[in-house]
Every structure is written in structure tokens, then in C-alpha cells.
Design a protein around this ligand. Structure first.
Ligand code: NAD
Ligand code: UGA
Length: 464
């Protein structure tokens, strides 16, 4: 069997960067080149100061320190990366389409197609091409058609190897994955390709956790996994609304049902709504695929997961307004957290963006503190919605680097991200700095309610 000596990964993002860093660490005999057209991102990956890596993930800097410029390289030379590689991972973004057919639902595959065309143009010897990005089922068919159109005698074997890491725990998830999924053809060359990729993971993942399937099952398993995870959050969030009407407590319910081993305890944390770059886009993509096969009931079923999530974000913002004597106009609302979850600087689809937008509609002033997110990112997130002018956003939204500055003179505090540090703030001091009556809206149910009430705060939780 052929040996893999050189890997190229196209896309140095949240998946490509950490995944390849771990593959390089565990396979010191393989040279791994990560290439990207974004020069700034590549420069940041090559920055000597590891604090300036483009992505913040616990443990990532340590892995990069051990591998970079030994067998892990970051470059903008995509062509050279492709030419040298035995195996090419495609790990580019696959956002929701914002134009044309499928707008707002289908995955935009233009970046994937560009990669395939470039591989077809540049490759002079046989390659294994691995879909690492999350893709609609049957994308491999389109890739194969583009790659085989060159007629230059080069053979391409296409594998699907979706990534299941979660941000904030990426390195741990990569080091100890529940499973690695590899889909490919059942032909002799397809089997050889699957085994070669399995071998790379088996450098650290037990063989029984490396699953091989056909390529369509692999592609569809990834969308299914994200849909099931998102559905769990929407299910518990649906119950949170009912809890708020009935004096039941959603955390007690999560504990009670989570102890049923058939349900399981994980992913039952009620919140202001799920965010992140993938849940919404992947569920919408599933809805689109189901519709395109005429499976309207299936599409509607999954669409509810998104509708409920939108409802939860809006409900949280409406609760702030309702409990602020029905108006937030001209009032200061302090946001603790902007990232879509703790331990990441990623803000894509963060619930905070939509809650802020809703409050801006009501003419609130917002002061944001997040330990990892920059002011430019926050302004860019709000401007991207195109609902308020950049001038209005800069006038109404202030971003500060000090959590105590954020709440000084605030009419209300809203917790949007579950950063641990929020729990241990000096809440007695905070009480003195906010306007009275002192109100907290905990969108993550992380603060100690008894302690805060004793200080004098009124606190509204999700699902309580
Ligand atoms: P990202 O936006 O962080 O990174 C993608 C990178 O690809 C960007 O740096 C972009 O410049 C680069 N790129 C785009 N087109 C290119 C081209 N033609 N040539 C070279 N570089 C190109 O995206 P991400 O979060 O890493 O996600 C990548 C894929 O992985 C998506 O399909 C996503 O659904 C999936 N995924 C993401 C996560 C996650 O936690 N973020 C987890 C699992 C799967
Ligand atoms: C998610 C999946 O967990 C990964 O397996 C998958 O690889 C990834 O999407 C992807 O395909 O991109 P990620 O979005 O990084 O990972 O983070 P999660 O931990 O899943 O959290 C997503 C959102 O759900 C966050 O906003 C989080 O706060 C929220 N959440 C999560 C809840 O509100 N409640 C929970 O119980 C869990």
C-alpha cells in the first residue's frame, strides 16, 4: 500500500488549523502543509507570538509550538501545497447561500468547487481528496465529476471525513474523539484510500473508534449529528418557556430526564439559544435537501428546530424589555459575553448578536464586555445584519475591556455567554455600581441566584 508522506489542507480555519496541528503532532513522519488564500490569517498562524494565533482554543498554542516549522507549515501557496501532497483535505467554509436558488437555506458550495477546480488544474499525480468541510449528501459526486474532467490520467479517490470537534474544546475533542468517520467507495482503490486515512488517525485513536462507511452515509451522518444536537437544545429550550409559566425549573427537569440512560445528561443546558457557525447552517441545509427530494414533512420537522431557537433569542430580549417597565429606550444594558459559547473568540451566529439587535430596535444603549472578543468583531457582527446604520451602532454600542466598567450605571445586566469568570466577580461591588432596582437576566443560568438575591439583585433566569 502507498504511504502518505505529505498532506495538504486547504483552509486554515477553526477546523483546518487545529485538526492538522493534531495530525502533525501524532504523525511526525508526515509533512503537513496548511494553505489558505487569506494572507492575514496565514501570517497570524506563523506569528512568533503564540498568543496571536488567529484562533483561540485551549491547548492549541502548545500543539502548534511543538509542530510548527518541524512538520507543520502554514502558507498561501495553495498550488505548491496541492502539487506536493499525497492526500488533500478540503476544509474551507460552506456557509448558507445568501443569493439565488436556495438562498437562506442551501449550503454555498462555491469555495468547495473552487478547490476542486484548482486541484484538477494543478495535480500531476494521483491524489486522495478528503472532504473535511461539512457538505450536503452527494457532494462527493460533484467533486468527482469536476476532478475527473481534466482527462490528464490522474486518479482521484474521494473520501468523506467530517469533523465533530466543538469549539472551545477542539484540542481535547481531537485528542480523544468519540469516533472518527471515514466514508469512501467500496472499490479496491476506495478501500485502500479509506485504510490510508484510517492509519493516520490510528496513530492515536483506537482502531475500533475509526468507522468506515460508504461516502453518502458519512456525508449525511455529519448533518444528522448536528441536527440531533441542535434539536436537543431546542427541545429543552421549548420546555424552558413552559417552565417559566408553571414554576417548574428547567435545570431540575434536565437532571431528571438526563438520568434516564436512554436520554443521557449531556447537551440539555437550556440557554438564550444556540449559536455557532454550524448548527443553524447545517439544519437549514438539511431542510433544503429534504425539500429538494420532495420530503416536505421531513423539512418542516427540522425547520422547527431553527424556529424555536429564533423564538428563544427573541423571548430573552423581550423579557429584558418587559421587566424594564416595558421600555429600554435610552437605557444602558450591560452584556456579559458576546462569543457564542465560552472558551472561544468565535462569535458566528452568537445569540448575543440577535439579542443586541432586538434591543437596538427598541433604542437601548448596550455596553459589551467579553474576555476574548474584540470591539471590531462586535461592530462587524452588528453591521452585517444591515438593520442599523454603522453610525447608530457605534453611537449606541460601547465595547469595554473591564467588566466593572461595563456595568457602571447599567439599568440591567444580561449574561449572554457562560464564561466561568462571570460567576466569581465581586457582585457586591457590582451592586453598588449599577442603577437600582438592580436587574440581572442570566441567559446561561450560571450565576448563584441565592447569593445575588441576598445582595439585593432581582434575577431572571431561563426556564425558572
Ligand atoms: P473558517 O471560515 O474558519 O475557515 C475556512 C478557511 O478556508 C478560511 O480561512 C478561508 O480563507 C479558507 N478558504 C476558502 N476558500 C479557499 C480556497 N479556495 N483556497 C484556500 N483557502 C480557502 O471555517 P471553519 O469553521 O474551519 O469550517 C470549515 C468547515 O468545517 C465548514 O464546512 C464547517 O461546517 C465545518 N465544521 C466546522 C466546525 C467548527 O467548529 N467551526 C466543526 C466541524 C465542522
Ligand atoms: C457543534 C457540535 O457540538 C460539534 O460536534 C460540531 O462538530 C460542530 O458544531 C460543527 O459542526 O461546527 P460547536 O458549535 O462548536 O460544536 O459548539 P457546541 O458546544 O455544540 O455549542 C453550540 C451552541 O449550543 C452554543 O451556542 C452553546 O452555548 C449552545 N448549547 C450547547 C446550549 O445552549 N446548550 C447545551 O446544552 C449545549
Amino acid at each position: 500500500m502507498k504511504e502518505i508522506k505529505n498532506i495538504c489542507c486547504i483552509g486554515a480555519g477553526y477546523v483546518g488549523g487545529p485538526t492538522m496541528a493534531v495530525i502533525a503532532l501524532k504523525n511526525p513522519h508526515i509533512k503537513v502543509n496548511i494553505v489558505d488564500i487569506n494572507k492575514e490569517r496565514i501570517d497570524d498562524w506563523n506569528d512568533e507570538d503564540l498568543d496571536l494565533l488567529p484562533i483561540y482554543e485551549p491547548g492549541l498554542a502548545e500543539v502548534v509550538a511543538q509542530t510548527r516549522n518541524k512538520n507543520l507549515f502554514f502558507s498561501t501557496d495553495v498550488k505548491k501545497g496541492i502539487q506536493e501532497a499525497d492526500m488533500i483535505f478540503i476544509s474551507v467554509n460552506t456557509p448558507t447561500k445568501t443569493y439565488g436558488k436556495g438562498k437562506g437555506q442551501a449550503a454555498d458550495l462555491k469555495y468547495i468547487e473552487l478547490c476542486a477546480r484548482q486541484i484538477a488544474e494543478v495535480a500531476t499525480d494521483d491524489k486522495i481528496v478528503v472532504e473535511k468541510s461539512t457538505l450536503p449528501v452527494r457532494t462527493a459526486e460533484a467533486l468527482k465529476s469536476i476532478l475527473s474532467s481534466t482527462g490528464n490520467g490522474v486518479n482521484f479517490e474521494i473520501l468523506s471525513n467530517p469533523e465533530f470537534l466543538a469549539e472551545g474544546t477542539a484540542i481535547d475533542d481531537l485528542m480523544n474523539p468519540d469516533r472518527v468517520l471515514i466514508g469512501g467507495d467500496d472499490t479496491p482503490t476506495g478501500q485502500e484510500a479509506k485504510d490510508l486515512l484510517s492509519g493516520i488517525y490510528e496513530a492515536w485513536v483506537p482502531k475500533k473508534q475509526v468507522l468506515q462507511t460508504n461516502v453518502w452515509s458519512s456525508e449525511l451522518s455529519k448533518l444528522t449529528a448536528n441536527a440531533f444536537l441542535a434539536q436537543r437544545i431546542s427541545s429543552i429550550n421549548a420546555m424552558s418557556a413552559l417552565c417559566e409559566k408553571t414554576e417548574a425549573d428547567v435545570d431540575e427537569i434536565a437532571r431528571a430526564i438526563g438520568m434516564d440512560s436512554r436520554i443521557g445528561a449531556k447537551f440539555l443546558k437550556s440557554s438564550v439559544g444556540f449559536g455557532g457557525s454550524c448548527f443553524q447552517k447545517d439544519v437549514l441545509n438539511l431542510v433544503y435537501i429534504a425539500k429538494s427530494y420532495g420530503l416536505d414533512e421531513v423539512a418542516e420537522y427540522w425547520d422547527q428546530v431553527i424556529k424555536l431557537n429564533d423564538y428563544q433569542k427573541r423571548r430573552f430580549a423581550d423579557n429584558i424589555i418587559k421587566n424594564s417597565y416595558n421600555t429600554v429606550s435610552g437605557k444602558n444594558i450591560a452584556f456579559y459575553g458576546w462569543a457564542f459559547k465560552k472558551e472561544t473568540n468565535d462569535t458566528r451566529e452568537s445569540a448575543a448578536i440577535y439579542v443586541a439587535d432586538h434591543l437596538l430596535d427598541e433604542q437601548a444603549n448596550i455596553v459589551v464586555y467579553d474576555p476574548k472578543v474584540t470591539a471590531e468583531r462586535i461592530y462587524a457582527d452588528l453591521e452585517y445584519l444591515n438593520t442599523h446604520s454603522p453610525e447608530e451602532i457605534r453611537e449606541r454600542v460601547k465595547v469595554v475591556n473591564d467588566p466593572y466598567e461595563a456595568i457602571t450605571g447599567a439599568h440591567a445586566i444580561a449574561v449572554l455567554t457562560e464564561w466561568d469568570e462571570f460567576i466569581n466577580y465581586d457582585w457586591e461591588h457590582i451592586y453598588k455600581l449599577v442603577l437600582k432596582p438592580a436587574s440581572i437576566f442570566d441567559g446561561r443560568n450560571i450565576l448563584e441566584v441565592g447569593h445575588l438575591k441576598k445582595i439585593g439583585f432581582s434575577i431572571k433566569n431561563i426556564g425558572k
